[in-house]
Design a protein around this ligand. Structure first.
Ligand code: MN
Ligand code: MN
Length: 300
């Protein structure tokens, strides 16, 4: 099984899940670095992947998505458009990004796409079972039981991560994974700046999607005099038609990003032990890396 990790999701969970008192010898915070690699160890033990790729956020808020929807992720941006990151995280991200290649754990990224798209692309390229590890709800759209594509959702933390198959997605949201995007754009998603359709909450969104089968079916029903849609909903959907088309494009992951082919195999020994040793000492994460080594060996 190929494990595709939304690396930013994992380091954010690690950052918020570990005490700020965890420090590197030079006094910088290092809880996110430790928690990230301990998180990989936990995931390796629990799911025994045969391959692992850490997918990085080459562009957290791509220009082409902003052109479609200017409010996209606006709440999370600083005045100059960069992502607003919490205190002491940036240095730790740099450390993680230096450690991954030294360990020999594959990474993948593209300067014009989000990790979401890179993950979707790598999943589309393989016939192997895929486990996507993320805290990003958008990726529920990739769940596909027939093709053994599942999501490990990190919302409640790394050790309490939940495994989602199609049934679990349907239980949580009321729609199948293939309709997750339709549901999300109708209801809206404040964390991504999707306003949703006025007057349509989660319950109505679920009913509409399950009755009319997605945005195009719902728009057709709104345009059809004979449909049973109440007048208020009909008007709201008609008014929002342009938003709906744009938001579907923004929220749908891209599956053909031009990322290089990666060797996802987990190395039996760290690739550059000297660099690993130096970084482990600099960041005080030697024992976390040892736990990862043991977890990977046990998974084989
Ligand atoms: Mn994402
Ligand atoms: Mn996303």
């Amino acid at each position: 099984m190929l494990m595709l990790i939304d690396a930013a999701s994992l380091w954010y969970r690690a950052y918020y899940g570990l005490p700020s008192s965890i420090k590197a010898p030079d006094g910088r915070r290092s809880g996110a670095v430790r928690g990230f690699f301990d998180g990989l160890a936990v995931l390796a033990r629990r799911f025994s992947p045969t391959g692992m790729v850490c997918c990085l956020e080459g562009n957290w808020r791509p220009e082409w998505r902003l052109e479609l929807l200017p409010a996209y992720k606006a709440e999370r941006a600083t005045a100059d458009g960069a992502e607003d990151t919490p205190d002491g995280l940036d240095d730790q991200v740099a450390a993680i990004e230096a450690l991954l290649p030294a360990l020999g754990i594959a990474t993948a990224t593209h300067p014009r796409y989000e990790a979401d798209d890179v993950i979707a692309t790598l999943a589309a390229r393989t016939a192997e079972p895929v486990l996507v590890v993320t805290g990003d709800r958008d990726l529920f759209q990739l769940v596909d039981d027939d093709r053994a594509r599942h999501v490990v959702y990190l919302a409640k933390g790394i050790s309490k991560a939940e495994l989602f198959d199609g049934e679990a997605v349907a239980t949580k949201f009321g729609v199948s994974p293939g309709h997750y995007v339709d549901f999300a754009v109708l209801r809206g998603d404040p964390s991504d700046g999707l306003p949703g359709v006025k007057g349509i909450g989660a319950k109505t969104a679920v009913a509409l999607v399950n009755t009319y089968g997605g945005i195009s079916g719902i728009k057709a029903a709104a345009a059809d005099e004979a449909s049973e849609l109440p007048a208020r909903q009909r008007a709201a959907i008609t008014d929002a038609a342009d938003y709906l088309d744009r938001a579907v494009k923004v929220s749908s992951v891209v599956t053909d990003v031009d990322v290089p082919v990666v060797d996802a195999a987990i190395p039996e020994t760290w690739k550059d032990p000297k660099a690993v040793e130096a970084l482990a000492e600099e960041w005080n994460v030697g024992s976390a890396l040892k736990r990862l080594r043991e977890a990977v060996a046990a998974a084989e």
